[in-house]
Structure formats: structure tokens, C-alpha cells
Ligand binder design. Structure first.
Ligand SMILES: C[S@@+](CC[C@H](N)C(=O)[O-])C[C@H]1O[C@@H](n2cnc3c(N)ncnc32)[C@H](O)[C@@H]1O
Length: 278
């Protein structure tokens, strides 16, 4: 559950998936897909309605207790294969690109839930461990000091009941006028449709075989969560991708949600510049 303060950016949308399966279908993104991709989706939808049983309350408590341990084990098992390409973040988030292009433009960036793979040169980065749902970020990061927070495939790993408090924690360290850049799993992503019965924890919330959990977001829910913590919406859109597995002849439709939120400036006449300072 590491976080890092950096002056750079992050990885492409596809976090590895162990298993799959799920449910309700509000806010469904429009999709243009190849026939094979569509076939996969329809199969998934049949599964969604079939799987109503939830993992027991006892098992769910255990999963919450072991959340950090299960991520640590995940990173032990997956040492080198994932998270190699970090360039997509600059492509997708212009704020990160702009701040990279000019040496004089530095920003304080908090990469929340960056995992165990260092993405930044050590001299530009200070890494620390933090549970966003329990530890006050201000113990490590000065209040209202961060220009940009990245929250990439992290909120989905947090229990829905605790997502709000994680965002409130982040709010405290963001500068007025600062941004949160968000990307995560969208409702009806292929990973969601693949979950088998017995993996469902709640609405749009699943556990993988390795004990790590994943929530699948609708635009509406995400906007509500951020608004609840005091953020203003800048953008909030589904991103549709297709992953082609030529060997297996499969075209897999992916749905991500990519969004930006800002902490409103206290005084509109003196709002801070996002890409200045050090
Ligand atoms: C799917 S991985 C994504 C890692 C990284 N952001 C990436 O995109 O490669 C989810 C990450 O969220 C972290 N995480 C889960 N719950 C957390 C929490 N309560 N506080 C901080 N980090 C958490 C995990 O440790 C893990 O590194």
C-alpha cells in the first residue's frame, strides 16, 4: 500500500486480472466492438444475472483484514512482468506531460497506491507506506501541498465503504486548485464479466483468487464519491479498449473510467498554479 511523492507520472490501463464475474448495469458505456468482443460481453452478461450469492460476512471481514497482506503477496509473485510501460499516463493526462516537457516546471505529485514497483528516479521521489483508509496522509505530506494526485487502479482495491474516507484523506494534502487524476476499472469491464460465482462481495465488487479485491465504477458513483469529499468534477469519461489475444483468437473489451477532479481554490483571485513551484 505504498504511496509516493514524485515529480513525474504512471502506467497503462491494464492491470492483470486473475479471475472474473458480476452484475447490475446502470450507466452502461456505449460500445463499438468486433463480433468476438461482443460475444465475450454477452457471455459475461449471462453470468452476471446468474451470480447473486455473496461471499460470507466472515470471509469478507477476513479479506478486509488481510487486504494489505494480499497485495504484498501479489507483488511478491509478480516481480517483473507488470507495470513496465508508464508512458501512457503522459499521453492520457496532459497535466503530467506539460510538467515533464519543461525542466523549469516542477510539480509536487502524490502517487497514491503506487505499489512496489518504483516508477520514478529515486532522487525525484520519496516513497512511503500508507493505508489511505487509516493513516492520515498529513503525517507524511504537508497539508495543501500537492499539485497533482494520481489515483490509478487504487480506489477499486479499497472497500466501497472506505472509499469516501480515502478521498477525504487525499483532499487534505491537495493544494487549492490542485488536481486528482483518476483511472480505474469501469462498470462491465471484461474483468468484471469474467468473475465466477463465489467471487462476489457486493454490488460491482469482487474478490480475485489471490484475495485482492476489485470494484467496478460507474461515472455516477465516482462523481458522487469525489463530490462527497469536496472535489469538483473536471472530466469523467469511460475509456473503451479492446485487448486482442491472437493466440486464443479472442478480442476482449475493456472498460476503464478516466476522470479528473479539482480541489476548488479558496480564493479564485489567488488560486495556485498547478505546474509551478518545486
Ligand atoms: C491494482 S494495484 C495498482 C497499483 C498501481 N497504482 C498501478 O497502477 O500499477 C492496487 C494498489 O492499491 C494499493 N492499495 C490497496 N488498498 C490500499 C489502501 N487502503 N491504501 C493505499 N493503497 C492501497 C495496493 O497496495 C496496490 O498497490
Amino acid at each position: 500500500m505504498a504511496s509516493g511523492i514524485n515529480q513525474d507520472s504512471r502506467p497503462d490501463g491494464a492491470f492483470p486480472e486473475a479471475v472474473g464475474k458480476d452484475e447490475p448495469l446502470q450507466g452502461l458505456p456505449e460500445r463499438t466492438a468486433s463480433p468476438s468482443a461482443r460475444t465475450m460481453t454477452e457471455r459475461g452478461l449471462v453470468g452476471l444475472t446468474a451470480d447473486r450469492a455473496l461471499v460470507s460476512a466472515f470471509k469478507q471481514m477476513q479479506l478486509e483484514k488481510d487486504a494489505q497482506k494480499n497485495w504484498d503477496l501479489f507483488y511478491k509473485r509478480n516481480t517483473t512482468n507488470f507495470f513496465k510501460d508508464r508512458h501512457w499516463t503522459s499521453r492520457e493526462f496532459e497535466e503530467l506531460r506539460a510538467c515533464r516537457e519543461f525542466d523549469s516546471q516542477r510539480l509536487v505529485l502524490l502517487e497514491a497506491g503506487c505499489g512496489r514497483h518504483p516508477l520514478y528516479l529515486p532522487e525525484r521521489c520519496s516513497a512511503f507506506q500508507c493505508d489511505l483508509t487509516k493513516d492520515d496522509l498529513r503525517d507524511r505530506v504537508p497539508e495543501a501541498s500537492v499539485d497533482v494526485v494520481t489515483l490509478i487502479f487504487v480506489l477499486s482495491a479499497i472497500h466501497p465503504d472506505k472509499m469516501g474516507s480515502a478521498l477525504e484523506n487525499i483532499w487534505k494534502v491537495v493544494k487549492p486548485g490542485g488536481l486528482v487524476l483518476f483511472r480505474d476499472y469501469g462498470l462491465r469491464d471484461h474483468a468484471m464479466l469474467r468473475f465466477k460465482p463465489g467471487n462476489k462481495l457486493g454490488a460491482n465488487f469482487y474478490v480475485r483468487q489471490d484475495g485482492t479485491r476489485s470494484y467496478f465504477f460507474s461515472k455516477e458513483l465516482l462523481a458522487e464519491l469525489f463530490a462527497g469529499a469536496g472535489f469538483h468534477l473536471v472530466s469523467n469519461d469511460y475509456v473503451l479498449r479492446e485487448t486482442v489475444n491472437k493466440k486464443e483468437g479472442l478480442c476482449v473489451p475493456r472498460v476503464f473510467l478516466q476522470s479528473k477532479f479539482t480541489k476548488p481554490a479558496r480564493d479564485p483571485d489567488h488560486s495556485s498554479s498547478r505546474c509551478s513551484g518545486t
